[in-house]
Write a protein that binds this ligand. Structure first.
Ligand SMILES: [Zn+2]
Length: 576
């Protein structure tokens, strides 16, 4: 068979990405499941598609890694330039079957960590749709695993949502409905739509991979007894689960009798220790959506294979089915959002906490100087389907820069300061404007005969060169004395007239200096490994006026970049 070119392209893309993840050798099973996840329509044709995947996989695996990289660049969609993206608005498509005034969406985070940029995307899309149709948004904490969930995380999510400007009509917990969910689970077992399985995890896994049923599934005599015992507390964790009576031979592994309830001994933040039998996401999500009146349930693409199960669970219980759809997950290159990767770095002290400015958590983005309006605009610019590829972090920066620009004062900071002594300079007071066009006031600075300039500027100076100290006057360099980490430069003041062609540099007056640090977050991961050089500290002098700025306000250090005031001695670098 010959494939249509879009299918072939999808398979090639998936295969190349996988190959580059695994030293040039793509893995068949992974490529099949990823292809099916991105093109579920192919599932009905799987017998024809698999040989084609094999053929393309062999082709890709026979290439050198450098050839694979070139090919990937050729076929993957070109990234939109960040600055252009600011102008572009793709917006959200209409919702299938949506009626004005009747749309109910929900944002269902698990309170098992701090909310990040991926949560922001989901919550913003959920809210935008509710607004678009004059409907309502439910914030539902999906809290059915007491081993992962903590009160701290519920609070962090609520704060993050509030910071983004999202206003849910209802805030609730899945755990509020725990007994209702348990009753539906029991009903499903007694109606033979599910069964109590006493097999251990290893056996379940083995039978699942072979597509075989276990004996518990066929049990016609003691299944009700097992159910009673399970809820009466007769079993230890892992000794019994409730499994959906699915199809062990299904191509969709999510349908191979997935677990719907398991026993967990833990201190739940809301329920305490009174409950031991907890529903899994696969059971709780469809039930809660249906019972809460959700009309449109949106989730990220990695759940796509679970849609069949979502619908099957509701059908078997004769419950209303919401419309389910997927959007791509948002994550930046080199900035994973997964708790599995972030938590260990916090625990071993590589990161200072969930608000470490290198993280893509909302609390860290806020600390770094990102504005919620910029995040919203950025998310909406991605639209619905675009960007299976990770957008560059610079795209978000471009939106933020646009929002920060007119509200941020322009002040001077010199990194690794070098003294500049100006002969024949008369002491002057200069009035410096805090912004070139916005009405942000001015400040007065007294200059005697010495200022500080940045080491990077000093390094470029030589005897005889002329520079302009911004908003002050021009000087001609007479002597440069620079050693490894110390130095002094001598100059003559030559003119107060602005000459356009000479280099203009920022400065800090000798008597106006405030020792200051700027924390510069870099890519947290490079080549999939923790980047131990991901935090740079720039030390230098800022103008003393910086201490008048409100804590957490944004400032633009001229020729340096936007920063957010972190405390009286330091700022966090936002972006250039
Ligand atoms: Zn079993």
């Amino acid at each position: 068979m010959s494939l249509d070119s879009s299918i072939e392209r999808t398979i090639k893309l998936v295969t190349l990405k996988n190959a580059l993840e695994y030293d040039g050798k793509a893995k068949l099973e992974a490529v099949i499941s990823k292809t099916m996840a991105s093109r579920p329509d192919l599932r009905t044709n799987i017998k024809v598609i698999i040989p084609e995947i094999k053929r393309l996989l062999d082709q890709v695996n026979s290439l050198a890694i450098s050839e694979q990289k070139t090919l990937l660049q050729e076929i993957s969609p070109p990234a939109v330039e960040p600055e252009k993206q600011v102008e572009k608005f793709s917006g959200l498509p209409e919702l299938h079957g949506a009626e004005l005034g009747k749309v109910v969406t929900r944002f269902p985070p698990e309170p098992n960590g701090y909310p990040h940029i991926g949560h922001a995307k989901a919550a913003i899309i959920d809210e935008e749709y509710a607004k678009m149709y004059n409907g309502k948004l439910i914030l539902r904490f999906d809290d059915t695993n007491p081993l992962n969930e903590r009160v701290e995380y519920y609070d962090a999510i609520k704060e993050g949502i509030e910071w983004l400007g999202i206003k849910p009509a209802i805030i609730k917990n899945t755990s509020d409905d725990i007994f209702i969910l348990q009753d539906y689970g029991k009903k499903l077992v007694t109606s033979r739509g599910a069964y109590v399985c006493r097999c251990d995890q290893k056996t379940i896994q083995m039978l699942r991979s072979k597509g075989l049923e276990c004996a518990c599934r066929m049990d016609n005599n003691s299944y009700e007894q097992a159910l009673v015992e399970m809820f009466a507390g007769s079993f230890e964790p892992n000794e019994a689960t409730i499994r959906f009576r699915g199809d062990m031979t299904s191509l969709n592994s999510a349908m191979r009798d997935p677990t719907l309830f398991r026993i967990i001994d833990g201190d739940h933040p809301v329920l305490g220790t009174k409950v031991r039998v907890y529903p899994t996401y696969d059971f709780a999500a469809p039930l809660e959506d249906s019972l809460d009146g959700v009309t449109h349930a949106m989730r990220t693409k990695e759940y796509e294979l679970r849609n069949e199960l979502y619908n099957a669970v509701l059908e078997r219980l004769h419950l209303r089915k919401p419309v389910v759809s997927e959007f791509s997950r948002l994550e930046f290159e080199g900035l994973p959002v997964s708790k599995r990767r972030i938590k260990p770095l916090i625990e071993n002290g590589s990161l200072s906490g969930w608000d470490d400015p290198r993280l893509p958590t909302l609390i860290a983005l806020k600390r770094r100087g990102f504005l919620p309006e910029a995040i919203r605009k950025f998310v909406l610019s991605l639209g619905w389907t675009l960007a299976e590829a990770k957008p560059p972090f610079e795209s978000l920066e471009a939106f933020n820069r646009k929002n920060l620009d007119e509200h941020s004062m322009r002040l001077f900071f010199v990194r690794d300061p070098i003294e500049l002594r100006i002969k024949n300079a008369n002491p002057v007071s200069v009035e410096l404007r805090n912004h070139p066009s916005s009405n942000l006031g001015s400040r007065s600075v007294r200059v005697n005969d010495t200022v500080y300039i940045a080491r990077s500027d000093a390094d470029r100076l030589s005897e005889g060169s002329t520079i302009r100290l911004m908003e002050l006057y021009n000087v001609k360099i007479t002597k440069v004395e620079l050693a490894q980490d110390i130095g002094r430069i001598y100059a003559d003041m030559i003119s107060t007239n602005l000459t356009h062609s000479i280099q203009k540099i920022q400065w800090v007056a000798y008597d106006d200096k405030l020792p200051y640090k700027i924390i510069i977050p870099k890519k947290l991961f490079s080549n999939d490994k923790f980047n131990s050089n991901s935090l740079e500290i720039a030390s230098g002098y800022a103008e003393s006026f910086v201490s008048n700025l409100r804590l957490h306000s944004s400032v633009q250090f001229v020729r340096y970049g936007f920063c957010r005031i972190d405390n009286s001695q330091q700022a966090v670098f936002t972006h250039r």
